[in-house]
Write a protein that binds this ligand. Structure first.
Ligand SMILES: C[S@@+](CC[C@H](N)C(=O)[O-])C[C@H]1O[C@@H](n2cnc3c(N)ncnc32)[C@H](O)[C@@H]1O
Length: 206
């Protein structure tokens, strides 16, 4: 796993964050992603053509709603999105919001039951502490079949050395532990944007 990020890319990202470009909305619902990452996710999902997308970390539901709007192009049947917080979220026929801790056994079981063996891509965007992300990777990676996507968001907290993550590490630290044990997950070619919050986070299962 190549892990060098140029100073230019870090600087561009800092400027983008300063301008709050990661505070977006989709159809009026808050969406916490850079525009380039939204398109990168769309491009990767289109390449993988999942029938289900599992998202851990719904927030207010903007990202699920955005993915649901691509359903016709992706051939997508369902989005299963989990969040620990019970807040009002948009209703959409393709989205199943689940409230609970993504690392709890009953939620893991519920998500697996809903996916029911269908081709599935997985997006990790909940608690970004390395221990939690590693747990999610171990608990959910089996959902991601051959040729499907694993998207691990907000590795910027490691790359930009965010204070809150200095000791514990973030998603990139989790990936560094996970990938040597799971060499069938590899970086997806030509997906990661120059300005991204998800360095090394666009993966595909060989
Ligand atoms: C970065 S936000 C998600 C952003 C959303 N995917 C988007 O793009 O707009 C992280 C979310 O993870 C949720 N979260 C934190 N810890 C969690 C856990 N253990 N299980 C499930 N969700 C969790 C938080 O409540 C928060 O809404």
């Amino acid at each position: 796993m190549k892990q060098k990020v140029s100073w230019g890319r870090k600087l561009e990202l800092k400027f983008a964050l300063k301008r709050k470009e990661d505070f977006q909305e989709f159809a009026g619902i808050s969406l916490r992603k850079l525009p380039g990452d939204c398109l990168a996710i769309m491009k990767l999902l289109h390449r993988c053509r999942p029938r289900v997308v599992v998202e851990l970390g719904s927030a207010l539901g903007g990202s699920s709603l955005m993915i649901a709007s691509w359903a016709e192009h992706l051939g997508l049947e369902e989005i299963v999105s989990v969040d620990i917080q019970d807040v009002p979220r948009p209703s959409h026929p393709l989205i199943k919001f689940i409230v609970g801790d993504s690392s709890s056994p009953d939620i893991v079981q519920k998500v697996h039951d809903l996916v029911a063996g269908r081709p599935c891509s997985l997006i990790l965007d909940s608690n970004h502490l390395a221990t939690h992300v590693l747990q999610e990777l171990e608990l959910y990676h089996d959902l991601v079949g051959k040729g499907q996507a694993l998207i691990v968001e907000d590795t910027l907290v490691d790359v930009l050395n965010f204070k809150k993550f200095r000791g514990a590490g973030g998603p990139l630290r989790a990936l560094k532990e996970f990938l040597p044990r799971h060499p069938d997950f590899v970086g997806a070619e030509g997906i990661e944007p120059y300005v991204t919050t998800n360095f090394f986070g666009y993966l595909i299962r060989k």
